[in-house]
Write a protein that binds this ligand. Sequence first.
Ligand code: GLN
Length: 273
Amino acid sequence: GITVGVLALQGAFIEHIQLLKKAAARLAEENPSFDDHWEFIEVRTPPELERCDALILPGGESTTMSLVAARSNMLEPLRDFVKVHRKPTWGTCAGLILLSESANRTKKGGQELIGGLDVRVNRNHFGRQTESFQVPLELPFLNSDGQRGEEPSYPAVFIRAPVVEKILPHHQGIQVEENERDETVVAPSRQAKDQSARAMMEDHVQVLATLSGRAARLASEGKNINAEKETGDIVAVRQGNVFGTSFHPELTDDARIHSWWLRQVKDAVGKRT
Ligand code: GLN
């Protein structure tokens, strides 16, 4: 069987588990080879994390999540999970912030990051006027397994959402620019094992979806908009085993991204064993 964990220290973890179950049932219906014994568990401790083949970090409040993780002695095991064992890991919203190598500091002082994605995120990017909105988003990667033809757009829920504002140069460590220094938190670059695991990593950051500020504004004003194709801010990325979305698929009942991700998880587990 394959065990998928959802970090359950804070935030929308129950919703993720429900959608994972729905996605697994759908996959098994479509293709008997997916009728694995999937197990979905809440993760709060290092031994629970150790059981997992893959992990989701939910949306919520990244500073709180990070503080609770630190207090539960979970930060180092999480960094090992993502960057040394390189198991499939998906962060949504607050989870994306924690999986970034760099983020802007908040008034509360920022927090410790886990890292794994060579990006800098800007938290709460859309600002006061557009704190939360739902927008139909084009997600071309959902079409990647052929067969089903063009997927309709995805109902993406954004709540005080971060965006990826910069893709960091690969392999070079993080260079924080002079003007950013006082307002930046970075994931600690730590033991030799982390360094060497990352040095071997061939994978670059892939941009999977963008959203224009105009579309975000119109959606937050309650206007009906068509899925926009104009370029915009980066709201979904992938780098090797790590996947991040600015929005919250767990707050909809659309399980397509969870299905897509479980297929990636199954591939990754297959390659390991
Ligand atoms: N901006 C929030 C943070 O810093 C994330 C919000 C969310 O997950 N909905 O954690």
